[in-house]
Design a protein around this ligand. Structure first.
Ligand code: THU
Length: 366
């Protein structure tokens, strides 16, 4: 189960690279060197030291007037002046952090940048340090990405295993760091080609975080992928067992108006079985079918999950399929090949979900 989102800062939550480079150019001007912004492109994302030492070397500066500590102090002063009040948030950044928190998912920042800059950037994207459960910056680790250290540190501080965290990264080094720490990794941005991010081990890639209107969409991007590998095996025993539970659930059906009693059972991705019966109402339209009762019970117990099998027990021959409303509700969680078993005790029908509802309604908002 995913319990935390770990965010790289630059190129994922904040767009601060342009500003950093322009300050770098100003620094070299201040010591009489005419540096072009392109000279920095090979030295981004690896922390502050390489950001200055790399271009200095290319400019032939090994000592005076170049001094890393002076450059670092210049950078901080300028960055604090020029970044304050600037909106540097990337699309979807604020939203996904807030949505994660609202869904009970922990959040952390893991950036190689110095702590003061990370804090400024958090403000610059319209968030506060309180929006994160942990903030790791360059000073907290000795070995930079692609070593796993910064993500390993986040996991230790949050008390999690890598399999419980999704890392959002825009760079090849960052994805490698996340994967070495055992985390799931989603590549973002256009700094690197998607193929490079996948080659580095990314489990998914998007152009920016607005691809996930809710934090749970990012969770699904990982879990659905995992789910494909980890389908619950539908054994004959499981089918019989689910039918037995559906038959028992039918005993409690409240059907004084129609006299038609239905029991249902659904098997979720966890392999657990949830049951339901129909519950009628004197205002007939308020009646709830057995299948929907079972589905909502499963979701209430487990949260977002998938339905691997459905069993329905009625005493009609041939056995009744779920109504169209229940099929639409099942479609939200079922796979097209989810097995639906209908039984009356004397007759049994087995179908794939897609045979009962080949074209479910889906909300295509993007
Ligand atoms: N019913 C179900 O429980 N599931 C279905 O899919 C179809 C109908 C119930 C609702 C009502 O209590 C009774 O059957 C007659 O419609």
């Amino acid at each position: 189960m995913i319990k935390a989102f770990l965010f790289d800062m630059d190129g994922v939550l904040a767009e601060s690279e342009e500003l950093s480079v322009s300050i770098g150019v100003s620094y070299f001007r201040s010591i009489g060197m005419d540096a072009d912004s392109s000279i920095f492109s090979d030295y981004l994302g690896g922390g502050e030291r390489i950001f200055f030492d790399g271009p200095a070397k290319e400019l032939g500066l090994t000592g005076s007037p170049y001094d890393y500590h002076e450059a670092s102090a210049f950078f901080r002063k300028e960055y604090e002046k020029r970044a304050s009040g600037l909106d540097i948030s990337l699309p979807g950044a604020k939203e996904i952090v807030r949505s994660a928190r609202a869904e009970g998912i922990m959040t952390a920042v893991a950036s190689s940048a110095p702590g003061w800059k990370v804090l400024m950037n958090i403000k610059g994207i319209g968030l506060s340090p309180d929006d994160f459960d942990f903030i790791a910056s360059g000073e907290d680790i000795k070995r930079n990405k692609p070593f796993p250290d910064i993500y390993a540190l986040c996991l230790i501080r949050l008390g999690l295993d890598g399999s419980e965290a999704i890392v959002f990264e825009d760079s090849v080094m960052g994805i490698k760091s996340a994967k070495s720490a055992g985390c799931h990794a989603i590549g973002t941005g256009s700094t690197y080609p998607v193929t490079d991010l996948y080659a580095a081990g990314a489990d998914a890639a998007v152009s920016d975080l607005s691809a996930f209107p809710s934090a749970l969409d990012a969770v699904s991007a990982i879990e659905d992928r995992e789910g494909k590998k980890k389908r619950v095996p539908i054994t004959e025993y499981l089918v019989k067992h689910a039918l037995r539970l559906a038959r028992n659930a039918r005993i409690n059906a409240y059907a004084p108006y129609s006299g038609f009693k239905v029991g249902a059972a659904v098997v979720t991705s966890s392999g657990k079985i949830y049951t339901g019966c129909n519950v009628e109402n004197s205002s007939y339209g308020a009646t709830i079918c057995a299948e929907r009762n079972a589905v909502t019970t499963a979701i209430a117990a487990e949260g977002r999950t998938r339905i691997e099998m459905v069993a329905v027990f009625t005493d009609s021959n041939p056995p009744s399929p779920p109504c169209a409303v229940c099929l639409q509700v099942l479609a939200e969680f079922a796979y097209p090949d989810t097995l639906v078993v209908l039984s009356s005790g004397t007759e049994e029908v087995r179908m794939k979900f897609s045979e009962l509802l080949p074209k479910p309604f889906t909300l295509n908002t993007i």
